[in-house]
Design a protein around this ligand. Structure first.
Ligand code: SAM
Length: 457
């Protein structure tokens, strides 16, 4: 990218915003974007020795080069997520402001593709509930795939407009609005973002963000936290909306960030926000602000006695289901009208019943599989779940075999095997195989098959 490829009005605005720092900012945009990943603490197999860590997130690391992540079985197994480093500032912000040791009800209102959802999931206690919502239906499958790989059973997914959450007013302890924005902070990483940029679009984004924040505000309980973030620099979207929120009964919270990190504190009236610039941090443009709700008006929420969308499984199926889980007593089992069986974490069962009655387009609990007659067909999500039993039959694959598994090829074994087997790579489950003589059939869902030619690499 050269300076002249940047929209003229954007250049003028940044010059005005940054003053003497503007040349350094332009210079940073000519450099390749840093590559960073965040490891999954529940699937700790990736060696991180010798990698530089992201200062504000203990699970974040910079890589010296950009590998082909698609062809890494550990990536496919959910051992890490590829995430731009500045966005991981959320970990430090919530570490300083939220009571993360307690069970919390958390909403990620603009969630796809799931970068911050997987980060939130790792920050929360296992008896917390994380609801990941994405309004655009076509973006839900990638969100689901990323969350299934991450493997935590206390996560729900929904597909709703923020205004559809009204029935959950006062329900959440923490809401993240990682808002759709003009994307100025991504110009280096994703030059396409420049094509959509205009001053008009900045105004449209700012107004859209205010609508989303307006819908999010009532969803929080007394003293609940609202975190608003964007990947842009302009004040119309960031600080103006933060200032507006601070006039709507939300108290802006200050963070204590070491100067050496290079994150810039910005203020407007009572509002305070934190901005990452690529010339100051090893990361892209990102803005974040955290607020505490001041009003005290949370309604009491009635908890339905049963799930609306599913029924308890018959007793005769319980024994099979129990054998698939590490800690089966922590779950109860339900079946949907289509026959899919889910394990519902007992610790958040009441919260999930509330969610079940409040939202139409949602999924929650750990998908276990389906019964076909006496046979149980385990689900792919179960294989990837951190809740799966450790003593199930499994076969360790080489890297090449693992990639063939992700190409959805059937594998040929030296010894005949029968029945369900977990495909495993470096101790992590990849999915299910079923032995039929010397051949094992591959049960990777077809939409998860990787299309890249594995022989090229
Ligand atoms: N949080 C995500 C992550 O970390 O991977 C990135 C979210 S992206 C910045 C913003 C998301 O908001 C997009 O997935 C987009 O589809 C969604 N979105 C677009 N318009 C929206 C609206 N009116 N209300 C809520 N979400 C919207």
């Amino acid at each position: 990218m050269t300076e002249t490829t940047l929209p003229t009005a954007f250049r003028q605005r940044m010059h005005q915003q940054l003053g003497a720092e503007y040349p350094a900012f332009l210079d940073a945009l000519q450099q390749p974007p840093p590559v960073s990943i965040r490891v999954n603490p529940q699937k700790p197999v990736l060696p991180t020795n010798g990698l530089h860590s992201v200062p504000w997130c203990s699970a974040g690391f910079y890589l010296p080069t950009r590998p082909v992540f698609t062809l890494d079985p550990l990536f496919q197994a959910g051992a890490f997520y590829v995430q731009e480093a500045s966005s991981m500032l959320l970990a430090e912000a919530l570490g300083q402001t939220a009571r993360l040791q307690r069970p919390l009800r958390v909403l990620d209102l603009c969630a796809a593709p799931g970068g911050k959802s997987t980060l939130l999931a790792s920050l929360l206690t296992p008896d917390s509930l994380l609801v990941c919502n994405e309004v655009i239906r076509s973006r839900v499958p990638v969100l689901r795939e990323n969350l299934e790989k991450w493997g935590l059973p206390n996560v729900a997914i929904s597909n709703h407009d923020p205004e559809d959450f009204r029935a959950l007013n006062g329900f959440f302890d923490l809401a993240l609005v990682d808002a759709p924005c003009s994307g100025e902070g991504l110009f280096r990483k994703d030059p396409e973002a420049m094509l959509e940029w205009s001053e008009d679009n900045v105004r449209i984004c700012a107004a859209r963000q205010q609508r989303i924040l307006t819908a999010a505000a009532p969803l929080l309980c007394d003293d609940g936290l609202l975190c608003y973030s964007t990947c842009t620099y302009n004040e119309e979207e960031n600080l103006n909306n933060a200032a507006w929120l601070s006039e709507q009964g939300f108290e802006p919270l200050s963070l204590d960030l070491p100067d050496a990190w290079g994150v810039v504190e910005k203020t407007a009236g009572k509002a305070v926000g934190y901005q990452c610039y690529p010339n100051r941090v090893q990361g892209e443009g990102f803005f974040l602000s955290v607020f505490k709700k001041k009003q005290r008006s949370s309604p009491e929420m009635a908890v339905p006695r049963a799930f609306r969308s599913m029924k308890p499984v018959p007793n005769w199926q319980q024994k099979t289901l129990l054998s698939y889980l590490k800690n089966p007593k922590a779950f109860s089992f339900y079946v949907k009208p289509n026959g899919d069986v889910y394990a519902i974490p007992e610790a958040i069962s009441a919260e999930l019943r509330v969610l079940d009655s409040a939202l139409h387009n949602k999924g929650f609990g750990l998908e276990m599989g389906t019964f076909k007659g006496d046979d149980f067909i385990p689900a792919h999500a179960l294989a990837l779940s951190t809740a799966i039993a450790e003593n199930l039959p499994a076969i360790d694959l080489t890297r090449e075999e693992a990639m063939r598994f992700f190409k959805k090829e059937n594998l040929v074994l030296d010894k005949p095997v029968k029945g369900w087997l977990l495909a495993r790579y470096e101790g992590l489950n990849l999915g299910w195989l079923k032995g039929v003589g010397n051949r094992v059939n591959n049960y990777l869902p077809k939409e998860w098959r990787i299309r890249m030619d594995i022989k090229e690499y």
